[in-house]
Design a protein around this ligand. Structure first.
Ligand code: A2P
Length: 319
């Protein structure tokens, strides 16, 4: 498995299994067992996905029977928005580690540059008063608490997700160490060229979420008539020329740009298909053709944060 060297010198596998929307329980357990069998070693989780206990349950027999060793796995998880208060950060980590039944994470990310009231726990926002503004709970304050987690040995690397260049610059201006990893939406309709070059300059690795366009998102997360990246004719033409599938072409394009990716599947055939993208090689011309498909389109648009009088909204959040 190809890896990216992080600022800590740790080697992060370039392909992982996404677990957002992976349900029901039996299907996720089966998918993790199949994924390990196929060769996946990187698993991307988050507390808000509400399935970390299932991920933990899936790994228990594999670790116990030494089908895979913990040190050969790369486990990522994410701090939910209602855990941004410094005293909540370690609580969030402990809850995730308990759910996963593991002693440490390889990577822990701040899930969003959005703070919510601590008493909400693992819930999504429902009203403007669920939020705490970044004036009252600055990103730097949460980031400093994340940095302290590394001293406990329970987190090997820390990073952020859904941050913009402006958010990253804020951490830098505060004189704090930069994240090891930025996880963002990235696919041929959202190529993220500016963020990628900013991250290259600052030695921040990028992980792409929703690389295949996340068509299994709940209906309330979907825009009407959204473009389907897996159906794009250019991707199909490249795929048929190479004897590969459209998903493999997108995953290879990300990998060849030096971007880690975490396609989600709960089906054995597609788990294997996505893994085999590691053997697909695009030409420079293919890469340029796919780069040109950018339309700055977001499948995960941040509209869940749009409430009248909320300190956040789906436009400013990406600025
Ligand atoms: P399934 O889980 O039934 O395989 P993303 O990773 O962008 O969030 O996309 C996940 C969605 O894409 C899921 O609906 C998943 O379905 C589907 N998917 C995963 N791999 C492939 C593939 N190789 N070809 C087509 N669809 C795929």
């Amino acid at each position: 498995m190809q890896t990216i060297t992080l600022s800590s010198n740790d080697q992060m596998p370039m392909l992982g299994l996404g677990t957002w929307k992976s349900e029901p329980k039996a299907l996720l357990i089966e998918a993790i067992h199949q994924a390990v069998d196929i060769g996946y070693r990187h698993f991307d989780c988050a507390a808000i996905y509400q399935n970390e206990p299932v991920v933990g349950e899936a790994f228990q027999p594999l670790l116990r029977d030494q089908m895979v060793k913990r040190e050969d796995l790369w486990m990522t998880s994410k701090l939910w928005n209602s855990y941004h208060a410094p005293e909540m950060v370690e609580i969030g980590l402990s809850q995730t580690l308990n759910a996963l039944q593991m002693d440490y994470l390889d990577l822990y990310l701040m899930h969003w540059p959005v703070a919510m009231q601590s008493d909400l726990g693992l819930k999504r926002p429902k009203r403007a008063t669920d939020f705490v503004s970044l004036t009252d709970m600055p990103l730097e304050t949460t980031w400093e608490a994340m940095l302290k987690l590394q001293d406990t040995g329970r987190v090997k690397n820390i990073g952020v997700s859904n941050f913009s260049i402006r958010n990253l610059e804020q951490l830098k201006a505060a004189g704090l160490p930069m994240p090891a990893v930025l996880q963002i939406e990235c696919h041929p309709y959202l190529t993220q060229v500016a963020l990628k070059s900013y991250c290259d300059e600052h030695n921040i690795a990028i992980t792409a979420y929703s690389p295949l366009g996340s068509q299994d998102r709940p209906v309330h997360f979907k825009a009407q008539d959204e473009p389907l990246v897996l159906e794009n004719p250019v991707i199909h033409a490249v795929a048929s020329g190479l004897g590969a599938t459209p998903a493999q072409v997108i995953l290879a394009w990300l990998r060849q740009r030096g971007i880690i990716t975490i396609p989600k599947s709960t089906h054995a055939g597609r788990l294997a298909e996505n893994f085999q993208s590691l053997n697909v090689q695009l030409s420079d011309e293919h890469i340029q053709q796919i780069n040109a498909l950018n339309q700055n389109f977001r499948y995960v648009d941040g509209k869940v944060y749009d409430f009248p009088s909320s300190p956040y909204n789906s436009v400013d959040i990406w600025k």
